[in-house]
Ligand binder design. Sequence first.
Ligand code: 5GP
Length: 187
Amino acid sequence: MIVKGGYLIIISGPSGSGKSSLTKLLLDNFKNLDFSISYTTRQMRSGETEGEHYKFISKESFQDMVKKNEFLEYENVHSEMYGTPINPIKESIKFNHSILLDIDVKGASSIMNTNHFDCCSIFIKTPSVEILKERLLKRNDISEENINKRLGEAKNELKKSTYFDHLIINEELNDAFEEAKRILVGL
Ligand code: 5GP
């Protein structure tokens, strides 16, 4: 499938809502959709590849990029820094591709509040906070203390869902994917 070129497709929502799974399905299915590879100061997890999931850098290098205005947005998420580099976005748009950003709600809001690019923003959430908790508990990479912190953050993030162009309730990943596909095809 092909998506209209020149768009920033922003996928955002609370941690555990299914952003990464949805992102992967969309990237596998849309030929001219690129992925915005963020820079982060967090440690690489097992199964992740440098330059594919993230660019893993030191806090000093991150600050250096901030000073040089190399990020479209950056945020502190769960006590680590994450940033969206601006140059790959310009490159994608130059080739009439669109580019997908999997970023947190604060970062998404800051991009949506500027008018530099055409955006299509999608907020994804679970049907309830209880289901979100169950999904976070199933992940083996987060401590219980951290889960409670993320649930607290999720409650604030959910209040911002109305600022987004589209809302997807992720009960079944495949249905969420079908809905996202409809949104992208209709751009
Ligand atoms: P994780 O460390 O689990 O991969 O991601 C943690 C959170 O950071 C997720 O909500 C993810 O969407 C968000 N994130 C990843 N890259 C960026 C980025 O460049 N900017 C912002 N604001 N958030 C990001």
